[in-house]
Design a binder for this molecule. Structure first.
Ligand SMILES: [Zn+2]
Length: 357
């Protein structure tokens, strides 16, 4: 048994376990006279001791307790990782052994990191699109439903407010919406239009994956009396739902988060935020290809419902004129309107008219 002088320097507190035993003694790790020792908290008896070079200290892995193994096979275990790091740092300056250990460890870590990036690049390029398609295909309807309900709840709690639009205005838009929804592949019952005051998200219209559509008062006000134009926008949003764009987008983002997790070990709460919080869902902007496809969908639905098929093109024109700047989260930032896009809409409409079916 080892009795230590009272001027020993404490390193940290923890538990000491004898060799191959589950018995545990509350102890502290101390440094004295060039020796490192585990000392019982109660009574101060020395439990084990050794010179620093003879200790085997486990590497830091997250918040997993560190183990310091003494030459006699006994273990000191502590959750005070910072104290152990400080202790290693101080002793590392004096001891070549630890420095050597670090040099040995780093190249291997680097190889892992590089391999991780290469792998994730390949997965992102080749596997993710396939996985997203598979996920969309096997997603039971209840999933988009739950995502949408929780998204709208979150939006209502955070940014959206009750609509201030008068009843006749809302009715006019709802009737137009019902006409195009009836022409959609999923049918009118698959869609629900909600009016809200947009607040921070301003003039906007967006669709949640289950067919819940939201149009903000600000957008209605921006467009003025041209209800047909708004119906064209809603037809575009129906296109996003029918083509499962937002579901794809969510899976893609979740897949990316998964890759980040693979490399960094942690993505915090961002995946959860992305999946259930409205902010993330609305902030996800669609790809150009998705926008073009939704535009075409709008042209088709509007044509079928007996509206001006190019109403959405008119809408982008007005939007650019009135909003100009595309900053923030307004509809222009998630739905970039360009002259090419307007032209594509008009061209597509012409193609449809030429092709009898
Ligand atoms: Zn869109």
């Amino acid at each position: 048994m080892l009795i230590l002088a009272s001027d020993d320097r404490p390193i940290c507190r923890g538990d000491w376990h004898p060799r191959s035993s589950s018995r545990s003694v509350e102890a502290r790790l101390v440094e004295a006279d060039g020796q490192v020792a585990a000392v019982a908290e109660e009574g101060g008896a020395g439990l084990a001791s050794a010179g620093f070079p003879d200790l085997d200290v486990s590497p830091r892995v997250g918040s997993i307790p560190r183990r310091i193994e003494f030459p006699d096979g006994s273990l000191f275990e502590t959750t005070d990782n910072d104290a152990i790091d400080r202790f290693l740092l101080v002793n590392g300056r004096k001891r070549a052994g630890l420095v050597h250990g670090l040099e040995r460890f780093h190249p291997r870590l680097l190889v892992f990191v590089i391999a991780g990036f290469l792998l994730s690049g390949l997965v992102y390029r080749y596997a993710l699109p396939v996985l997203v398609e598979v996920a969309v295909a096997v997603t039971p309807p209840v999933v988009p439903r739950l995502m949408s309900v929780s998204t709208l709840e979150t939006l209502d709690r955070t940014v959206l407010d009750e609509t201030k639009l008068d009843e006749p205005k809302r009715r006019a838009i709802s009737e137009g919406f019902a006409r195009i929804a009836a022409q959609s592949a999923r049918g009118a019952s698959a869609y629900a239009l909600n009016f809200r005051e947009g607040g921070a998200i301003g003039p906007n219209a967006f669709a949640l994956p289950d067919g819940t559509l939201i149009i903000t008062d600000e957008l209605v006000e921006l467009v003025g009396d041209d209800t047909e134009m708004l119906v064209g926008v809603l037809a575009h949003e129906i296109g996003h739902v029918e083509l499962e764009h937002s579901l794809r987008q969510i899976y893609r983002a979740a897949g990316m988060a998964g890759l980040i997790m693979l490399i960094a070990g942690d993505v915090g709460d961002s995946v959860e935020d992305l999946l259930v919080q409205g902010g993330g869902l609305v902030a996800l902007s669609y790809s150009r290809a998705a926008e073009t496809a939704a535009d075409r969908h709008s042209v088709e639905l509007m044509e079928k419902a007996g509206y001006d098929p190019a109403a959405i093109a008119r809408f982008f024109e007005i939007l650019e004129k009135k909003l100009g700047d595309t900053s923030g989260t307004n509809i222009l930032s998630t739905h970039p309107g360009t002259p090419e896009r307007k032209k594509a809409i008009v061209d597509y409409q012409a193609t449809l008219r030429q092709t009898p079916d």
